[in-house]
Structures are given as C-alpha cells and as structure tokens.
Design a protein around this ligand. Structure first.
Ligand SMILES: [Zn+2]
Length: 749
C-alpha cells in the first residue's frame, strides 16, 4: 500500500446551518487532494451528496462536480450555500414576515409574545431564550433569559404564568398538529402514522409557531429570492424547534429520534434571526445546474436529483469522470426522518414523495449501511474507468462504520490504496481506486494475518494505540488480502466475521496488553507486552522503534530549527508525510510539543531562545559540570559512562544521573540501564508538562516512569548554590520536585 499521508485542513470558522446533521469535515482537504489527483476543470462525481460544503469546496477549486442528492433538505442546503440570496433579501423577507398582520397585531409581535416571561429580579416582562423541559411533563420546569432592563441572566425556575402559557398553547394543539402532518402526507396515506410519530418530536408551542410561519410563507407573495431566503430561515427554526436538544449539552449530534430526559425548547423567533446570520455568512457564488444541463469549464455543481443507479447509465457514455469524492454516509434516522417532514412543511407533499421512504424506515444498522454502500459502489464500478481515484472521508468514525465502508468498497471492486487515521474525533481519509475486477478470489479470513498486522502496527508505533487504530490495522490487512468478505456472504454475516476475527486476534495472543477499565475488547488502548523490561531494560521492539510521541517531538523541533516562523498548518504539512496512515499525530500532541519548545508570534511559531540547539548544548554542558561539582560536595567521585554521569563511592555506583534537554523520555529509559531507584533523570523545567502529557496518553510509559525520579535543572542549580549540602538534604530535595506539579495546566488529547 502506498501511504497517502493525512491531509491537514482547517475547522470551519462558522458551523453553518443544520451543522449538527452535516458531516463535520475540515476545510481545504478535498481541494488539496484534488490538486494531486485531477486536473482543474475536469469532471468529478460525488455519489453520496452528503456534505454540501465538500461539494462546494471542490467546485470553488475549479472542478465540475456532478453530485447525486436524493434528500431534498441536503439538496436545498447545497443550492443555498452555492448560490445564496443577498443579505438584503434575507432581511427584507424577515421584515415582511414580521410586519404582516395577525388579527390586530403584527405577526412578529404575536410570535414573540409566545416566549414572554417575567424577570425574576426586576419583574419586568422579558423574552425567554429557551424553556427547559423534562420528558413526558406537561409544562417546562425552567427558563433561560437575559433581562435587558436589569441584566439578570441565566437559568431560573418557571413561574405560574409560564406554566399557564404553555398549557394554553397546548389546548389548541390538535388542530395545528393535523395541519402539520397534512402538509407531509394525505389523510388516507398509509404512511400517515409515521408522519404523526415524527411530529411528536415537536412540542405544541414550536409546532404552533412553525405552522403559523409556514402558512405565511405561501401567502406573503414574496419574490422568488425572498421566498428562498425565508424558507432557509424557517428551516433553521424547524430544526431548532424539535425536542432533540438535550440539556445540558453543548454540541449534540443526534442520530436517533429519541427525546432526551431533559431538553431545551428554543425561542424560535430568535432562531429565525439566527438563521439570517448563519445563511448570510456563506462565501462567493458557484454555478449550479440541474442534470442533464452542462457546466462551464471553470467549475460548478451539477445536481442529479435521482438515484445513482439511474445516473450511471447516462453518465458512462457522456461524461469522463476524473475522480470521485465523497463523505461516506452513515445512518442517521433522526435527520432522514426529519428531512422528509421538513420537505413537506416547506414545499408540500410532492416534495416528500420521492423521499417518503425515509419516514417509514425506522431501523438502520451497520449491515443495512454496508448493503446500501455496496450498491452505490457497485454502480460506481460500472460507470468509472479502471484506475479512477476516489477520496472517501469518514467522519465520526467508529470501528463498525469503518468495517462497513471498507467491506462495501472492496466487495464492489475498489482497491484500498491508503487509509489515514488521526484520532477518533477526526474524519478518516481513505484512498480507493476502481479496480480491474468486481469479483475476487474467494479467499478465507486468516486470523494470523490479522494478528501479525496488528502486532506490526503496535511494534512500529512503539506505544499503545486506541482500539480504533488496532481495528483499522486489522481491517487494512483483510482488505488487502481480499478476505474481508466471502463472495456469497450476506453483509451482516461478513461484518460479524470481521469483528470476530479482529477480536480473536487480540484476545488469544499473550503478546498484547489491554489498558482499559472495562471488559470489552473494543474499549481503551492496546499495546505490546514488555516482558523483558525491568529497571529500564526494554524489549527488542522498543529498541527498534522509539515511541511515536518521541519521534513526533524530534520531527517538529527539527522542522522549526530549519524553518522558524512557520504557521501551524505548515508544521502539519511537514509532519504528516513522516507519519503516514495510522501514525498520523493528533493536534493535541503537536500542540504539547509546540507549547514546550516554541512561542507564538501572531500565527507563526518559533523555538524559544533557550531551545535553539546551540543554547541547549551550552546549558547541557553547564548542567553536566554542576553535577560533577555537586557530586564532589557529597563526597562522590563522578564518572561518565555512555550518556550517564555516575556518582560512585569505593568503586560502587550510588547514583546514575541522566541529563535530558528534550522530553525524549522513552530514549532516556533505554539509555540508562541502572536500577531505577539509583537513577535520576534531569530535565529542563519546560519539558515537565510534555513528559507528563506523554505519560498520560501512554499507560505503558506511565507504568515505567513510576519507578524513576526526575528533577528539573532549576533544582540542580539551587543545590549547587546551597552553602551546606548533605546527602540527606540532597535526598529530601530531589524527592520533593515532582513532575506532577506542572500537570494541572496540561491539555489532554
Ligand atoms: Zn430584570
């Protein structure tokens, strides 16, 4: 496998509309990949249409992107972000809605009154930002507001009046509820029951708000652009209005239609206004056409509303696809069901019709996912020439999702070229190419093959890895040997077999160690047993491979020596090719090294003056000299052996001191072969937090370090200046300089 390194990107500055349902991807990844794999102006295919932002980024980079999208809400997101109405149209649309009459009052005032409450402190009327509910209760238990009169702010218990208001709105609920589902399906429709169930995820107040506003969407006679703008703002309110907002929880990413035990009911008028700011923050426009219209050579988006299967026949003859990009879909029952509902509310029953199955299908498991992905990959195989590259991004990766994606692709004739994994919180980047043959030899899974792949990964890593990494190492071995699925196997059987072979490989081999508080194999971390290690003597494995963390530290410092004033992204770009595939270092690790060695000037990082190589060498010499002097004062003779300074008495070693300028603690333990109770590792104070970080993420290192004493340069300097120094005070001092002092200010993973 040739290793495509992880492509670094940037987290988007604003999350955009419906961001809890759209794939959490970094920006800049797809365009960087495309620059290596397809000429600008060529045609790309996005077969999943799952990430509007990714499609848009490719189009903005000058490619012609053909995208299949059958979810009407995702399609609307894509069209809107590619070609948004002007900010003036958004404002005008909201203002028309606000000023239209509802009886004697303005609609805006009427809707805002729904959220009126009384300030606990000054007793004036204020608008609640949200009400807090417990599942199955008839009234909220708390409200959140910021009083504009007295600035009282926060969560307060509800008043009688709040409860009254909630109940009053609930008393007319039946009418609005039936109106709401009749926009989605007709009364006679057999799917009516599913629409009703979905609408149960709306409380009476938001449902009243939304039906009232949607009703006006039809009757306001807005210009087409303002109609789009208002629909877009209402869509944001539709999502804000359901009960899938657990409290307290800052960034929920719901997958199932399940009501949390406690949840927030948002003020939907405020959410309409928020919709305005979310939508108007999108960038420059891109040409959008509907298939079969063609695109200009400098790029754009061509949307195919149907299924990939139907498109395949048409595309094959007419359009040469240079590359495929896609955010690999994972099941999301919540989003898919709500999408059908919202499409009905915004555009009526006809818009729901092609997507109505989403209302009905309630259980999506991983074998369903693999089967659906396999069908998609199969159609792709038919329409692409052999060798076509495919970048698949797998956000929110978990072992079963990765298994599903890799199994589906291999079984449909796509060869795995590389898989880059950073942490479980980052999208996995997979490179496939369309292979020569769809059907493969019917090879049988081999547990030793998987076991060896996992062992080699852990050995080369030189430190324990998360279960996801270990699982991915096993999957890659299965995909490469074409044993991930038997030809006649169903997907549920194939996925179970994969799960079982990886777990058997781990469980039945004494070379592996499990660091976990739980029983399950797929939790915690896995490493290699280190039977030969005692008192600093390490097994062959550790001799050959320093830990990933130590190697990353060396690479970053080397890079900054050569290229001071680099920005973070340049550091990642240099680093990742050195650590490809499953070795991709986390951002937390990179920042831990940078915080230890470098300082930031604006966006540029450079080594601290004391950490430039020459300065460190001088300091190292000084510290070594001091150790000699302190040893003499303690009546020891000092001798150098390898990298250790030995304090001896009557030819017997009493102390071994090892001086580090870095935090390469793994190397230090290898190079100091003396009993741990005699050994003292001397480190610069600036490395203490980095060493503590390494110990905290690597349970094997933490266990080895426990037996060693570490002192900082600073302490040695103090001892050097103490007028009277005895062996007792020396022992006392070095025992009271714990590494942990600096751990409190550390950032974890
Ligand atoms: Zn007040």
């Amino acid at each position: 496998m040739d290793h495509q390194p992880y492509i670094p990107g940037l987290s988007p500055a604003d999350p955009g509309p419906l961001s809890r349902f759209t794939p959490p991807l970094e920006e800049g990844v797809v365009s960087a990949w495309l620059s290596q794999h397809a000429a600008a102006g060529s045609w790309l295919l996005d077969p999943f249409g799952f990430s509007p932002r990714m499609t848009l980024e490719a189009a903005r980079a000058g490619y012609r992107v053909l995208v299949t999208v059958n979810n009407p809400i995702t399609r609307f997101l894509l069209e809107m972000s590619a070609n948004p109405p002007s900010e003036a149209d958004f404002k005008a649309a909201l203002s028309e809605l606000e000023t239209v009459k509802k009886g004697d009052e303005r609609l805006g005032a009427h809707l805002q009154t729904l959220y009126a409450t009384t300030c606990e402190k000054c007793e004036k009327e204020v608008r609640a930002q949200s009400f807090l509910w417990r599942r199955d209760e008839q009234a909220p238990y708390a409200r959140i507001y910021t009083c504009p009169h007295c600035e009282d702010s926060g969560e307060r218990p509800v008043t009688e009046q709040d409860i009254e208001r909630a109940k009053r709105i609930a008393s007319t609920d039946g009418l609005h509820r039936s109106r709401a589902f009749e926009r989605v399906v007709s009364l006679k429709d057999e799917d009516r029951i599913y629409a009703e169930e979905a609408i149960e995820h709306y409380l009476p107040r938001p449902l009243y708000f939304l039906t009232t506003v949607i009703n006006r969407l039809d009757s306001l006679n807005l210009t087409p652009e303002r109609q789009r703008a208002l629909s877009a703002m209402i869509l944001v309110a539709c999502d804000a209005g359901n009960t899938l907002w657990g409290h307290p929880s800052e960034r929920p990413r719901p997958k199932q239609l399940t009501i949390p035990g406690q949840f927030r009911e948002h003020n939907l008028w405020m959410m309409l206004e928020r919709g305005l700011s979310l939508w108007t923050e999108t960038g420059s426009s891109v040409v959008v056409e509907a298939w079969p219209k063609r695109l200009p050579e400098d790029g754009g988006i061509c949307i195919y509303e149907g299924r990939l299967k139907d498109l395949a026949r048409e595309v094959k003859k007419e359009i040469p696809i240079a590359a495929v990009i896609g955010s690999v879909p994972r099941p999301n029952q919540a989003f898919w069901t709500l999408s059908a509902l919202w499409a009905g509310w915004l555009w009526g029953r006809e818009a729901v019709e092609p997507y109505k199955i989403a209302l009905r299908r309630r259980r999506y498991d991983w074998s369903w996912n693999a089967t659906a992905l396999h069908a998609a990959f199969g159609h792709l195989f038919d329409l692409l020439p052999p060798g076509t590259p495919f970048l698949g991004l797998v956000p929110e990766s978990e072992p079963a999702f990765l298994t599903s994606a890799l199994t589906a692709a291999v079984a449909a004739g796509f060869d795995l070229k590389s898989l880059a994994l950073r942490t479980q919180n980052d999208p996995v980047q997979i490179n496939w190419v369309r292979g020569e043959h769809q059907s493969r030899d019917n090879n049988v899974m081999n547990v030793d093959n998987v076991r060896n792949a996992i062992y080699s990964h852990l050995a080369e890593r030189g430190e324990p890895a998360s279960y996801l990494h270990v699982h991915a190492a096993g999957l890659i071995a299965l995909a490469e040997s074409h044993t991930i699925k038997q030809r006649d196997q169903e997907f549920d059987e194939a996925l179970r077999a994969t799960q079982s072979v990886i777990q058997t490989a781990l469980a039945d081999d004494e070379r592996f160690v499990h660091y976990s508080t739980g029983e399950n194999i797929d939790t915690g971390m896995w490493g290699i047993r280190d039977d030969n290690s005692f008192a600093g003597r390490l097994s062959e494995v550790h001799r050959h491979y320093e830990s990933l963390a130590d190697r990353v530290e060396v690479a970053i410092v080397t890079f900054l020596q050569k290229k001071p004033d680099s920005i973070y992204l340049e550091i990642e770009e240099d680093l990742y090719p050195h650590f490809p595939g499953l070795f991709t270092p986390s951002k937390a690790m990179i920042y831990a090294v940078l915080d230890s060695y470098a300082e930031r000037n604006g966006a540029a990082w450079k080594l601290r003056a004391e950490d430039v190589a020459s300065a460190r060498r001088n300091e190292l010499n000084t510290i070594n000299a001091m150790i000699g002097v302190v040893g003499t004062r303690l009546n020891f003779s000092t001798r150098t052996e390898g990298k250790n300074l030995l304090w001896e008495e009557n030819g017997q070693i009493q102390y071994a001191l090892y001086v580090l300028a870095s935090a390469l603690i793994g190397r230090a333990l290898i190079e100091t072969p003396y009993p741990s109770e005699q050994t003292i590792i001397v480190i610069p104070g600036g490395r203490a937090a980095l060493i503590a970080y390494k110990a905290q993420r690597d349970p094997a290192l933490a266990a080895r370090l426990k037996n060693y004493r570490m002192v900082k340069y600073r302490l040695l300097r103090t001892l050097f200046e103490v007028p009277v120094l005895t062996r007792e005070t020396f022992e006392e001092q070095i025992s009271s300089d714990p590494l942990e002092k600096s751990t409190s200010q550390m950032i974890m993973f």
